[in-house]
Design a protein around this ligand. Structure first.
Ligand code: THU
Length: 160
């Protein structure tokens, strides 16, 4: 038996003002995308913005449904938009942010497990990492180099 420890790394910026300009603008777009969030059930609003290799931006916001399991996360809405609007163009970075009217979220908003899986699938498809820029409504920002960094031991096509 041997013990294996898994670790990850990320960059923390104290505020969005310290971010490289293109990431700061992407985060602004993710915040704007929250306007299209439809979250009457959870009242938890999520926005995502993807920067593509051709410079285009694809947006997403969570879309809920009275049949709760049908809810679509912002990240996967943005990924679907990117793929359909810009076929074959790789994604370079995705910014994610949230708004919860019930309380101020001042820690970075990390994607759920299913979205991590979807981000990793796209990384495998384009053979390039997607940087993640995560912020709550305010406060510090995490920049993560690849979806893989936050999905240790993820399932991937290599198993099939
Ligand atoms: N949600 C996202 O949009 N992305 C995530 O990564 C986590 C959760 C949405 C789904 C649902 O509409 C609401 O947030 C509460 O779970």
């Amino acid at each position: 038996m041997k013990e294996i420890s898994l670790s990850t790394k990320l960059k923390e910026y104290e505020t969005a003002d310290e971010l490289p300009k293109e990431y700061r603008l992407l985060l602004d777009q993710a915040r704007d995308a929250i306007q299209e969030s439809y979250a009457p059930y959870s009242r938890f609003h999520v926005g995502a913005a993807i920067l593509l290799e051709n410079g285009a931006i694809a947006l997403g916001a969570n879309q809920e449904n009275a049949a709760y399991p049908m809810c679509l996360c912002a990240e996967r809405v943005a990924l679907s938009n990117a793929i359909m609007q810009h076929p074959g163009v790789g994604a370079m970075a995705m910014a994610i942010t949230v708004h919860n009217p019930a309380k101020m979220i001042n820690i970075p908003a990390a994607p759920c497990g299913s979205c991590r899986q979807a981000i990793c699938e796209q990384e495998g498809r384009q053979e390039n990492p997607i940087a993640l820029i995560l912020q709550g409504e305010e406060g510090p920002v995490y920049v993560i180099e690849s979806g893989k960094d936050i999905l240790p031991l993820g399932f991937h096509k290599g198993y099939l």
